[in-house]
Design a protein around this ligand. Structure first.
Ligand code: APR
Ligand code: ZN
Length: 258
């Protein structure tokens, strides 16, 4: 088949998949969404494992584990202060905005996100479950004291707790730590009651998030994956489309509005 024919066929396939995804969303009675760093890539926030991913430049075991924080709280805080300033300066992209519109239209019920940014909320999404915590939360490493990132960003790091003088830490889940049980249970029950889950912008390698779509599948629901690359989920997804979240969701939204 000539080069041109190949590209032609690829384009037609993509349009068919867009149409299929739009019709699955319209047909579904309970759709949830699982998002990863890829959905914020078009907002200018680096992913973790892509070609220019954060874990290619930094070693997670030095920056995103309780041991790293105990060993060098200043280094860990320098990295998180950099990420906080970066994330807080970015804006939601069309992918976040379209998911918020679909929620308003009653076409999606909740977003389960692995992301610690607040771009879903800033785009207007209301039912957002944060499996890995939030960059805006700052908590005490010993007592129940909690504050906002903005409160400490201009102070000396590592900041100390005004109640017990221990080090404060970012309110995110580090490798080796357990996920917030309420959020995780909410995510499992959402996946359980869904007949469709849209999996957008995740490499699907970090557990237990990566197993959430399987819960929907096991209950007879469908998986739609939106990602420029294939992932371990691709082979079991009912529809897997190669593409950027902003572009694909814009095309799907146009199809739904028709
Ligand atoms: N649109 C959609 N997907 C994209 C885009 C885009 N514009 N750009 C990149 N991607 C995809 C990549 O192909 C990759 O599959 O997003 C995915 C990003 O994968 P990761 O960087 O591994 O991010 P994520 O899956 O969210 O990581 C899970 O790992 O480090 C921990 O706690 C961290 O929550 C994070 C978890
Ligand atoms: Zn304290």
């Amino acid at each position: 088949m000539s080069e041109g024919k190949g590209i032609e066929r690829g384009k037609i396939e993509k349009i068919d998949k867009i149409r299929e995804i739009a019709s699955e969303i319209k047909k579904s009675s309970y759709t949830t969404v699982l998002t990863g760093a890829g959905i914020s890539a078009e907002s200018g926030i680096p992913t973790f494992r892509g070609k220019d991913g954060l874990w290619n430049k930094y070693r997670p075991e030095e920056l995103a584990t309780p041991q790293a924080f105990a060993r060098d709280p200043k280094l860990v805080w320098e990295w998180y202060a950099w990420r906080m300033k970066l994330v807080f300066s970015k804006k939601p992209n069309p992918a976040h905005e379209i998911l918020a519109k679909l929620e308003e239209m009653g076409l999606i019920k909740s977003i389960i996100t692995q992301n610690v940014d607040d771009l879903h909320e800033r785009a207007g999404s209301r039912n957002v479950i944060h499996l890995h915590g939030k960059l805006r939360d700052v908590i005490c490493s010993s007592c129940s004291y909690k504050t906002e990132a903005e409160e400490i960003l201009d102070k000396t790091i590592p900041p100390r707790c005004p109640e017990c003088d221990s080090f404060l830490r970012p309110g995110v889940v580090w490798f080796g730590e357990s996920l917030p049980p309420d959020e995780l249970n909410k995510a499992f029950s959402e996946a359980e009651r869904s007949d469709l889950i849209l999996v957008i912008g995740t490499s699907a390698v970090v557990q237990p998030a990566a197993s959430i779509p399987l819960i929907t599948k096991r209950k007879g629901g469908k998986i739609v994956e939106i990602n420029p690359d294939s992932t371990p989920l691709t082979s079991i997804a009912d529809i897997s489309i190669r593409g950027k979240a902003g572009e694909v969701l814009t095309a799907v939204f146009d199809e739904i509005k028709l």
